[in-house]
Write a protein that binds this ligand. Structure first.
Ligand SMILES: [Mg+2]
Length: 153
């Protein structure tokens, strides 16, 4: 999906990398609204990828349920390493915690979701946008004008 970034630069986002706990799922649950947005994004041609530390041991189940790819990363360094398989310029990352700095720093656009599980204050300088929910984060890639508006200088 073509997105007009800062200074009229053109960003083409093909892959959206998600964190699981505190991001895609809140208290271990992925909402129906979130599932429908994932489906919509897939139908639009986005590649949706989960990179998780899998603290609850349910990442494989969630990935299977949503039919999205899963890669494990036990810490920020491992998440950064997993990001190397994607084209940084065409990848967005969504997360909430310090472990996600590894994805934020290796993405063209990075978004934090400030939901019930919170965000770590250490991530603030590693993200472009902070939104109140995963549904809002995903919606930015459906309604890209809103994403462009938030990125604009
Ligand atoms: Mg998390």
């Amino acid at each position: 999906m073509l997105i007009i970034g800062p200074n009229n630069s053109e960003l083409v986002i093909e892959t959206i990398v998600l964190d699981l706990n505190g991001t895609l799922a809140v208290y271990g649950n992925v909402s129906i609204e979130t599932k429908s947005r994932i489906l919509k994004l897939k139908s639009m041609g986005y590649r949706i990828v989960l990179i998780s530390g899998d603290i609850r041991g349910n990442a494989a189940m969630v990935a299977k349920d949503l039919n999205i790819e899963l890669f494990l990363g036990a810490d920020s360094q491992e998440k950064a390493k997993q990001m190397q398989q994607f084209d940084k310029e065409k990848t967005a990352a969504i997360g909430n915690a310090r472990i996600d700095i590894g994805t934020f720093d290796n993405a063209a656009i990075s978004i934090a979701t400030l939901q019930a599980e919170g965000i770590h204050s250490g991530i603030i300088n590693h993200v472009d946008i902070i939104v109140p929910s995963i549904n809002d984060a995903l919606h930015l890639f459906i309604d890209v004008k809103s994403l462009e508006a938030s990125l604009r200088i």
